[in-house]
Ligand binder design. Structure first.
Ligand code: TYD
Length: 206
């Protein structure tokens, strides 16, 4: 099922999704949008951030369950200021999320195999548009390391594995005919060029 007015940005760490969302936030018509992220700012999301920082150690499958639980809260709950996006999208806001279930199908498939993340995420709605920020992990990791503090997944081998899974998962969806529009972006291009492509796609779709 496609959730209308729902747009998702995905890519490995340092691919530039957050930068593009910051650009959208400065548009004169930014009020039409509702900007959100996963993990959310609900208690589940905050706990996941602790795991990502390495402050809490979890079995890989536990993380997969928690990311899915946080996603359910994101879609349907009131647990955080950025939760309840289904209601927001249905009320006519264009919801733009930095990460969604494709992150679980890639990152968690690397840590605990693809069966569990697939099963946990199969009933969630798909976005109307998925922007996939494709980038060489060597380039993106340099950006991440340049920011200072890093998270447990931000290591070259892991990012390479995740990049491979992203490409495979996106190709699978391209073949599936779900009705979700997929836009592949060369995320090594200049920020302004990518911003223009995104803005053009948003114009034709909304
Ligand atoms: P990120 O989106 O990069 O946020 P920030 O820039 O604030 O660090 O970090 C979220 C991390 O969580 C990223 O490494 C991907 C990971 N993640 C998963 O492993 N599974 C998921 O389902 C989601 C939503 C994120």
């Amino acid at each position: 099922m496609i959730l209308k007015n729902f747009i998702v940005f995905e890519g490995i760490d340092g691919a530039g999704t957050s930068t593009q969302i910051e650009i959208l936030k400065k548009r004169p018509d930014a009020g039409r949008f509702f900007f959100t992220t996963e993990p959310t700012d609900s208690e589940t999301g905050k706990f996941l951030r602790k795991m990502l920082k390495g402050d809490v150690e979890l079995d890989a499958r536990t993380s997969a369950f928690l990311f899915a639980a946080d996603r359910n809260e994101h879609l349907y709950g009131k647990g955080g200021t950025n939760c309840g996006v289904v209601a927001k999208a249905e009320s006519g806001k264009i919801v733009v999320s930095d990460r969604y279930l494709f992150s679980s199908l890639t990152y968690q498939s690397v840590t605990c195999g693809d069966e569990l993340p697939r099963r946990l995420n199969e009933s969630f709605p798909l976005p109307e548009i998925l922007f996939f920020f494709d980038i060489d992990p060597e380039i993106s990791l340099k950006r991440v390391l340049g920011r200072g503090e890093t998270e447990i997944y931000e290591k070259l081998d892991f990012q390479k594995a995740t990049a491979g899974r992203y490409r495979a998962v996106i190709s699978e969806y391209e073949k599936m005919n779900t009705g979700m529009k997929i836009v592949r972006l060369d995320a090594s291009k200049p920020v302004s060029e990518i911003a223009e492509i995104i803005s053009g796609k948003l114009k034709t779709e909304n």
